[in-house]
Ligand binder design. Structure first.
Ligand code: S3P
Length: 169
């Protein structure tokens, strides 16, 4: 397994915040696949979804994931839908330690309601979170470890992940 820690999980489970904390704890660089897509495409995520469509965004997501995973010693925060393509799941398992962050639906709704930059949650965010969580089912279950972020601080989560990485088989 190459030395990357890859954070997966539904929107609002804490991937970006934990990735920054874990990067400072480990000294590795923090990389966010959504940020890379926006930089490479020169459009925001809502613009990409509206103007190019979700399928185009998913293609960019796979391309960026492959580019990023060619390097090492990174804490990689992925978008919540990056797990949907089998090719992406394989790329992640082949190139890093995959950590799934999760939280209860109420916490997710509370966290995502502060931001308006998620096209899949536009409108009734509560309803969309519940539906998407159900639709995605066990899509995040391929991770090496899973952490419930509902009641933990960002620092506690980062420490747990670093400990698990150091103790991996
Ligand atoms: C998405 C999650 C978002 C972003 C896009 C689609 C998803 O990332 O990639 O809006 O399909 O779950 P975050 O999980 O960082 O919000």
């Amino acid at each position: 397994m190459t030395s990357n820690i890859i954070l997966i999980g539904f929107m609002g489970t804490g991937k970006s915040a934990v990735s920054a904390e874990l990067a400072s704890l480990s000294g590795w660089s923090a990389v966010d696949t959504d940020v890379q897509i926006v930089q490479q495409q020169g459009q925001s995520i809502p613009e990409l979804f509206a103007e190019q469509g979700e399928a185009y965004f998913r293609k960019c997501e796979t391309d960026v994931l492959a580019q990023v995973l060619a390097k090492e010693q990174q804490i990689i925060a992925t978008g919540g839908g990056a797990v949907l393509a089998a090719k992406n799941r394989q790329l992640m398992l082949d190139n890093g330690f995959v950590v799934c962050l999760f939280a209860n639906p109420e916490t997710i709704v509370e966290r995502v309601s502060h931001h308006k930059d998620r096209p899949l949650l536009a409108g009734d965010a509560r309803k969309k979170v519940v539906n998407l969580l159900e639709e995605r089912g066990g899509a995040y279950d391929f991770a090496h470890i899973k952490i419930d972020t509902t009641k933990l601080t960002v620092k506690e989560i980062a420490e747990k992940i670093w400990q698990a990485w150091e103790q991996r088989l």
